[in-house]
Design a protein around this ligand. Structure first.
Ligand code: SF4
Length: 288
């Protein structure tokens, strides 16, 4: 079967120089694909790609999770997002860059295409230094975790675990009911990070009066005590239309307390939020 081609439909540029890409697809399902190019002081150039159109997970803070899920992207469609962004930015012909699977979609629900794309982009783009994969650890990821030859990605692949809540029942309510228990996910990520010879990140977004109390810092500490090689990344929530969650007003206090209580904490805020290129802002049906 011929691969479905994609082409650039629209590019929007942020005040901070982040570029958001909208791609047209020839697919029968009328829709589009989104990616962005960020320039972060700590990490350099990063191309953030989508792995699905919309997302079958329903994370309440995320635009894709609040929109209609359409389908998995093929390996070719994922690779083409990167090719088109690289061709549009001549500096990426010489500068090193990273790719991150953090756009629309839960990459481990579409893991066969995601890992096929990873194998191909390593060969196709010599300036690609590293790939980052962000996951909520859905139950469907067990097959991926058990079958991938992780040694093959040693020094190349970096994991981020979207935790966001310290209790399984809260993750079930605000992210998805189809998730591994936190303890199981951390067991897997501890083992995989050793095989990858890498740290992994645990992502946490404090939401107003839901998971931003100082008790939650203590619970986070208990979870972090069960990890090996993990860094806690605390991020501000990017606002989206129609979302019932809001950014914590106690963010500063929460992050400061976490920094004093837990080892290895990083505080992060998204770039590109004015053009819907921030974390959780991809594939916003209300502004399509
Ligand atoms: S946060 Fe990730 S997994 Fe959750 S709905 Fe959004 S894209 Fe899907």
């Amino acid at each position: 079967m011929e691969p479905i081609k994609i082409e650039i439909m629209k590019i929007v540029v942020s005040n901070d120089h982040t570029k958001k890409y909208y791609f047209k697809t020839e697919s029968q399902t009328a829709s589009h694909i989104e990616a962005c190019l960020l320039h972060l002081s700590r990490y350099g150039h990063i191309i953030c790609v989508s792995s699905q159109i919309g997302c079958p997970q329903k994370c309440k803070f995320c635009a894709a999770g609040n929109s209609t899920y359409i389908r998995n992207l093929s390996s070719f469609e994922i690779q083409e997002q990167i090719r088109l962004v690289v061709e549009d930015n001549p500096t990426l012909a010489t500068d090193k860059f990273q790719v991150t699977y953090m756009g629309s979609g839960e990459p481990l629900i579409n893991y066969k295409n995601v890992f096929d794309s990873l194998d191909n982009i390593r060969i196709r783009f010599p300036n690609l230094e590293k790939a980052n994969l962000s996951t909520t650890c859905p139950s469907a990821a067990r097959q991926c975790f058990d079958t991938i030859d992780w040694k093959k990605y040693d020094g190349f692949l970096h994991f981020q675990y979207s935790l966001h809540f310290t209790q399984d029942v809260m993750r079930c309510r605000y992210l998805s009911p189809q998730l591994m228990k936190i303890s199981e996910a951390i067991g897997y990520l501890n083992r995989i990070s050793l095989l990858l010879n890498d740290t992994y990140k645990i992502n946490y977004i404090p939401f107003e009066q839901i998971n931003d109390s100082l008790e939650q810092v203590e619970e986070l500490k208990s979870i972090m005590d069960t990890t090996q090689n993990a860094i806690l990344k605390i991020s501000t929530m990017c606002e989206i239309n129609g979302c019932h969650l809001s950014p914590s007003r106690a963010f500063g206090q929460f992050a400061s307390c976490a920094g004093k209580t837990i080892e290895n904490v990083q505080v992060f805020s998204s770039d590109g939020t004015d053009i819907s290129a921030g974390c959780g802002q991809f594939y916003n049906e209300s502004v399509l």
